[in-house]
Design a binder for this molecule. Sequence first.
Ligand code: IMP
Ligand code: MG
Length: 182
Amino acid sequence: MTAVKINGHHIEVLFDEQTIAARVADIAAEVAACAPQRLLVVAVLKGSFIFAADLLRAFHRAGLLPEVDFMMLASYRDKTVSSGQVEILRDIQTDVSDRDVLLIDDILESGRTLAFAKDLLAARGARHVYTAVLLDKPGYRAGDIDADFKGFDCPDKFVVGYGMDMGHAYRELPFVGYVTNP
Ligand code: IMP
Ligand code: MG
């Protein structure tokens, strides 16, 4: 495995640029094969911004004509409260009624974030709400939500890069990895 040294920290690379790019192109083809109608892409900020940017350009190459909006959510994972809570910090400004929506997030872990966003957009009258995540950590699911499109199964590590952070650092990395000496 490749390791990269950044500011004194060693990052073990899990998914490199080429591997991610190939998978992103595959996901775009999978989405295009669903022939979404009046497609609205909703990127869940902040973690999904690079994945969403790459996926959107792959959608263009796959012949899709999406509109784009953004939602910023905060999830509170208080271990003493099993239900978990998700708060909207920034809502979309697009009417989703009768549209096919694709929600994009970085990681599907408990699933609370994506389930919350999916239910919200469905309640607002979306025709269908698809979900796409770069990484799936299936061991921690709180409900029965699964992503319609996913990049990779993620090992049980706290991952950084390609939009994802650890203490606000590492979002700029073009690959996904984990810090071995935090
Ligand atoms: P959940 O599916 O609601 O539990 O939350 C998933 C969210 O937790 C993701 O959108 C990330 O923002 C964050 N998250 C979970 N695991 C990681 C990780 O390994 N690195 C960075 N963020 C993570
Ligand atoms: Mg997130």
